[in-house]
Design a binder for this molecule. Structure first.
Ligand code: ZN
Length: 251
């Protein structure tokens, strides 16, 4: 089984479409790790695209705030402005659907896998380094956990006293590229597919991953997209300029 794993799309339709086009026909199921909306200017279009395709959806903190389940407390001014705009922009149907998206961690039908937005131990916690990764690596019931929230592609692995930080290796900054990594049994993994709509690892290209359970491997992808259109939509919507500018830097 091949699972296309998308996270942190954040209302960026151009990045989402570029990713879906690149891997059309190359996956069996789609798992969405959350933050479909917030920051980008196409929240309804992104939900309308992902909803019929996804077999699994985990809610993200921006999803939760943008559908009114929790207040914007703790958001910085830019995130708060985007959440308020998104809340007004969402159709009633999409708001109602977002409210039904469950909190992680979730276990998809594939055995031995967990899906979460932030840490599988707490949906709002960021897993940025090995210190953050250690407890979930020890405590999760499955060997493989997919997570998002940090917008940084890669992850962490651990086998007994041996642990590694995982970062895919790419050769360019402007072409579609992929990098495949084996997932040997007996090694525990926390894997972040990266962010489709607002990468923060200094690479502007849309990031995602495909997990192949038969081959026991994960392939990280980076795909260029129509950045100028995505930026133009943000500016036209009256969203903070910073949200358009940061897309080019991937941070
Ligand atoms: Zn996010």
């Amino acid at each position: 089984m091949r699972a296309l794993i998308l996270s942190d799309i954040h209302g960026n339709l151009e990045a989402l479409d570029a990713a879906l086009e690149t891997v059309a026909g190359a996956y069996d199921v789609l798992w969405n790790l959350g933050d479909l909306v917030g920051y980008g200017a196409s929240p309804n279009q992104v939900i309308d695209r992902v909803r019929p395709l996804a077999q699994l959806n985990v809610r993200g903190n921006h999803d939760r705030v943008c559908c009114g389940l929790t207040p914007t407390t703790g958001f910085n001014p830019v995130a708060r402005a985007a959440a308020t705009w998104t809340r007004d922009e969402l159709t009633a149907a999409n708001t109602n659907w977002l409210r039904t998206v469950p909190q992680g961690p979730l276990h998809p039908e594939a055995p031995g896998v967990t899906c979460a937005h932030g840490s599988p131990l707490h949906e709002d916690h960021y897993i940025l380094n090995m210190r953050d990764a250690w407890a979930p690596l020890q405590q999760m019931p499955t060997d493989i956990t997919f997570f998002g929230h940090t917008h940084i592609q890669g992850g962490f692995s651990q086998k007994e006293h041996d642990w590694h930080e995982l970062r895919p290796r790419f050769n360019t900054r402007n072409e579609a590229e992929s990098w495949t990594m084996p997932l040997p049994s007996g090694t525990r993994h926390l894997i972040n597919p990266g962010s489709i709509g607002q990468p923060r690892d200094c690479d502007w290209r849309a990031a995602f991953a495909i997990y192949n359970s038969d081959a026991a491997e994960v392939t990280f992808h980076r795909v260029p997209y129509d950045l100028v259109t995505a930026q133009g939509r943000i500016l036209l919507a009256g969203l903070p300029e910073r949200l358009a500018a940061r897309l080019r830097d991937g941070r």
